[in-house]
Design a protein around this ligand. Sequence first.
Ligand code: TXA
Ligand code: MG
Length: 337
Amino acid sequence: MITKHIKPDSLQEAADIIASGGTVIFPTETVYGLGANALDKTAVTKIYKAKGRPADNPLIVHIADVSQLENVARDVPKTAYELFRRYSPGPLTVVLKRKDTIPAEISAGLDTVAVRIPSHPVANSLIKLSGCPIAAPSANLSGRPSPTCYAHVKDEMDGRVDMIIDGGESDIGLESTVVSLAGDEPILLRPGAITLRQLEDVLGRVELSRSIFAEYDGSAASPGMKYRHYAPKAKVVLVKGYDSEVRSFIKSKIRSNEGCGVLCFDGEEEFFCEAVTRSYGIPSEPRTLAHNLFDALRFFDSTPVSVIYARVADGNGIEMAVLNRLIKAAGFTVIEV
Ligand code: TXA
Ligand code: MG
């Protein structure tokens, strides 16, 4: 398949591709998405094929504004409207009961649907011009880190979709917060830039899905959580503990092993000078850590390292999302020193 690459000045052609059943990669404020007409079963199947995504991992449906919500979901609770009013357009996805107009393939057969209203102007215009809701997962090959800039999608997805829109860098750099309102109690399925605290402001107590920090046990409400995710080619090992002890531990590993990489904080490179280092920000600025994480993981793919030791910040804000992605990237290998 020949992929057309465009700048986002004229989106009509991209919208026509979506409307006629094709696939388009487009920028959003979180990560790039691989979109197709959410009302068209055949088009949705193309998304799974382009990503090599297992058919039991459901997709998010993107709408332009809340007036389209009842076209895709049914029995929408008041709290969903309140969440969208407070935090959308933006990095929030709400799981609701699915309306029959949305093909079951989107939700991997579940009777729910995940809905998001993106704030990125290109994403928003594309939905409006297409005249349909757009189903879109992150635009990476299944299992790989989500793409946060045009170079990532160009490298990985050229030849797999009809069009790629070059929208520069994603502002946030991590995927949206996913919260389910489809059951009796609200459940946080995936942490993101909208924090647990912000959700609780609207919803009261929100349960945390076990799959956020623990290996899939067969019962997770979000099937996507069971797969190894965000994985660079090298093995990732997450190291937690006091700064000085974490640094000594990683240094001892570097001395006894060839091919070590360290995902570290700014200013720490000198401690690990015998390894390949990449810093991704400082703990007091967690939004920067989130913004840089996936690009840093991809950086290591261009180096010969076979293992990456990763530093991580503690905190209940967006730090929780960064920790979640790193735990998945590490395939749950966490060392507490
Ligand atoms: O920021 C984002 O959410 C990006 C951009 C493109 O919007 N999209 C994204 O999609 O990250 P994806 O497919 O990579 O992740 C969707 C997540 C998966 O963990 C999936 O299991 C969950 O949402 N999900 C989707 N539909 C669901 C449903 N009906 N019930 C439970 N979880 C669902
Ligand atoms: Mg994804």
